[in-house]
Design a protein around this ligand. Structure first.
Ligand SMILES: Cc1cc2nc3c(=O)[nH]c(=O)nc-3n(C[C@H](O)[C@H](O)[C@H](O)COP(=O)(O)OP(=O)(O)OC[C@H]3O[C@@H](n4cnc5c(N)ncnc54)[C@H](O)[C@@H]3O)c2cc1C
Length: 396
């Protein structure tokens, strides 16, 4: 495994992320006006803080349409797979694939886990043989109880009932991955909190061994905001002989990770600072590209510098932009300036398209609002891009 990172000054491929005409081609003027209004509301901290409660109340009181016509429609494909068709076609028209993400969270009953498993299998069936949908995805906590995963990771003995519950989880996990292999659809296993990630990693690795014999079908996700994950990735690549797939992300649960570590008094799993997370992210991209003959990767990021770095590394290692083993991925409704400019330049790009009943995806929408309001006192990047495109359209 090489520790020499590629020279940062190597020639950047010709992709401009500031081309808003390409970025927002799919948006009409009225869509853009709505998007500007939405991102402006994220600049009001009290609204972002109380938004999820207000939205939940609005839905309960019968004002679902208000939520649906605003934040939901911007960030989600629809309430059912069939309602996502328009989004799938629209993205594909500009060369961007869809990853159908069933975004129901926080459920705890076996019957719901079974139903979610069937829904994930449905997304795989929908993706089979369809260039518009290059991947499927799932969260293990969509098919398993969080506390069970936590108990397994802690090493505590499981009761007989829990052992049976765990067996059911393993069966669901394997069923999803087996269907993906049979239907030749690549599938991402999302990464979650560090205190439940070990059983997720074990299951994902077991499935890679079973189903990645001819190509990378099962992809695990690596969070580089954790200080131990670059090492995990490097070791796994060294020690595993089958094809492997990795989705590389920085990570979504930083505050929760830090708070738990402080409360329980163990070493904070998160990097000391953002620069360290960025450094490991870029190193992880490099490790994957250096092993591209066995390793496929998806850069799940809204960070322009990381995307540029990946493009440079692809060029350096003679990996063509259209190579199926390297994907860039962003979330629907965010970073269109990255997604559409990359696809315009011939790179493989797919967007997560979350879907599910409005009320059930509210936690997801709350996180998007939070993320886009993070830069206090500064115009958010999305808002700046939208304004720039509106200005360009008005002034020609
Ligand atoms: C397609 C896709 C799939 C995703 N899948 C997952 C998934 O499976 N699991 C998951 O957890 N997340 C997932 N994410 C969310 C992803 O982790 C967040 O989008 C990401 O954290 C935002 O980082 P960024 O790479 O876009 O860029 P940036 O905006 O450059 O980075 C912001 C991130 O850097 C990290 N960071 C910020 N400050 C610090 C600090 N002081 N110290 C250390 N780290 C810091 C945090 O992770 C923060 O979110 C996914 C995102 C996308 C686009």
């Amino acid at each position: 495994m090489s520790g020499n990172f590629a020279h940062p000054d190597m020639q950047a491929p010709q992709v401009s992320f500031s081309n808003t005409e390409i970025a927002f081609k799919r948006f009409s003027n009225s869509d853009l006006r709505k998007a500007e209004w939405l991102f402006r509301t994220f600049n009001y901290p009290w609204l972002v803080r109380n938004g999820p409660t207000m939205a939940s109340l609005a839905v309960s009181l019968g004002f679902k349409a208000v939520v649906k016509n605003t934040i939901f429609n911007h960030f989600c494909g629809g309430e059912h797979i069939s309602a996502c068709e328009a989004t799938i076609d629209q993205l594909y028209r500009y060369g961007v694939g869809t990853i159908l993400d069933y975004s129901v969270e926080g459920e705890e009953q076996e019957s719901v886990f079974e139903a979610t498993c069937l829904e994930i299998i449905h997304t795989i069936e929908r993706a089979a043989g369809n260039d518009k949908i290059p991947f499927s995805v799932f969260k293990t906590t969509g098919i398993a109880r969080f506390a069970l995963l936590e108990k397994i990771q802690s090493g505590a003995a499981l009761s007989t009932a829990e052992q049976a519950e765990w067996e059911a989880v393993r069966t669901r996990f394997a069923r999803i991955c087996r269907t993906a292999q049979e239907r030749k659809v690549r599938i991402f296993v999302d990464a979650e909190e560090s205190w439940i990630q070990e059983p997720i990693d074990s299951l994902a690795m077991e499935m890679m061994h079973l189903f990645n014999q001819e190509q990378a079908i099962v992809y695990n996700t690596i969070q580089l905001y954790r200080h131990d994950r670059l090492m995990y990735l490097t070791r796994t690549i060294q020690d595993t002989q089958c094809f492997m797939g990795f989705k590389l992300v920085r990570g979504a649960y930083m505050e929760r990770e830090r708070a738990r570590a402080a409360e329980l008094g163990y070493l904070d799993p998160i990097q000391p600072d953002k620069a360290a997370a960025d450094r490991d992210y870029d190193a992880a991209i490099q490790v994957c590209i250096e092993h591209i003959s066995r390793v496929s990767l998806c850069a799940g990021t809204h960070n322009e510098q990381s995307c540029i770095r990946l493009m440079k590394l692809m060029e350096l290692h003679d990996v063509k932009p259209q190579d199926e083993r390297v994907y860039f991925s962003q979330l629907l409704g965010m970073s269109d300036h990255i997604s559409f400019n990359l696809s315009h330049a011939g790179y493989r790009v797919a967007k997560y398209v979350p879907y599910g009943p409005v009320k059930a995806v509210l936690p997801y929408l709350g996180r998007r609002a939070q993320e886009n309001s993070a830069m206090a006192g500064q115009m958010g990047r999305e808002l700046a891009m939208i304004r720039s495109e509106r200005h360009r359209r008005t002034n020609g």
